[in-house]
Design a protein. Sequence first.
Length: 410
Amino acid sequence: MSDHHLPPWSLVPVQAAALLRHHRLDLATEIVDEVAAQVPEYSWQTDPERRAALVETIRRTVAEFADLMGGPATGWPRHMLDLFGEAGAQEARAGRGLDRLQSALRAGARAVLRWLAVQSERLRLPRSMYRAFAEAVFTSLDEFADAAAEGHRRELAKQGDDRVRHRVRLLSLLVTEPSVAPEVIADTAAQADWTVPRTTAALVFAPLRAEVSGPHAEEPVLPSLPAEVLADVRGARPWGVVPDPDRPGGLPYLAELPSPWMMVIGPTVTVDKAAASLYWAKQTLGLVERGIIAWRPGDGPVVHWADHLPTLVLFQREELPRMMAERLLAPLLKLRPREAERLGATLLACLQHGFNVKGAAKTLHVHPQTVRYRINQLQDLFGEDLHATDRRLEMEMALHAWLATMSAQD
């Protein structure tokens, strides 16, 4: 093997190793002093115990370095690299990057090279030995930095996994009934890095099937959501909660969900009622998917439960809309479906506008004369019941539910 392929420490003469072992404590002290001077965050002068422990650790590192010299090892032993890996992990746990640790490693390398330069001049050591020694120091610096970076990456990944796990558990606790104790919620929220709000609302997401169909279609992936949205994105129906949804400015970051996604927002509730918000959000989504609640992608990606209260109330029991229609809309049910639906929509518009012909015509997008003609037909069908003020609310609710069912069947 040529010198070019040999590890740098194998080219360092044994007298350099002996020199390191003899002065390892002095060199360790110089390294600590240099790091403290160059990296203020790593100053241990006011903590004698920490300083002594660090000097001892570096003294052992210098001894390991001496053991490498003149030998065949291709790299530092695993236990030493693990030491620097843990240093990188500590930086991650403290919420820091690697800048100051890397600065400390460079400062330590400078201290070693400066010490050797002094020793080389004092002992008249050959320049070739200094060059080989310097190469070994720089190679070691690279290995230590790589180990620290790997430890830092592993810790960040672990923290990410832990954070996701805590957030999913927190979501589960928030919608548990009966409500979980506030102190349990607060503790889990702290672990999940989520601030417990005063109010919250549930969110349920669904892909638009028409846009992801086809033989090669894949299930769409929900885009990243802001950290304040506590979400479980696993499965075909991602869901979550958002803090203080009624605050000024609303939820601008959720208003522009990219296709092919839609989102249903449940009612705003206190945190201990999050389960109720989730229930109504899911109920709303179910009615949208059945076509009972009219919604098209062009309407925007967000559906608010509060915009569909009558439908939600009526469809809590499937037989209720049917029984209301049979009791209140019997004359319409005897007609052909198309004619019944047209007259039903006209009657609903008239009820909503207090039988103001122009207002109903505008809602229906027809000529006022058309509305007058249909009102005459409705008068023939319903007689005096058409204008019974004590039944208008029931009639309007029955029409709303019946027309939604008719539309879903088309």
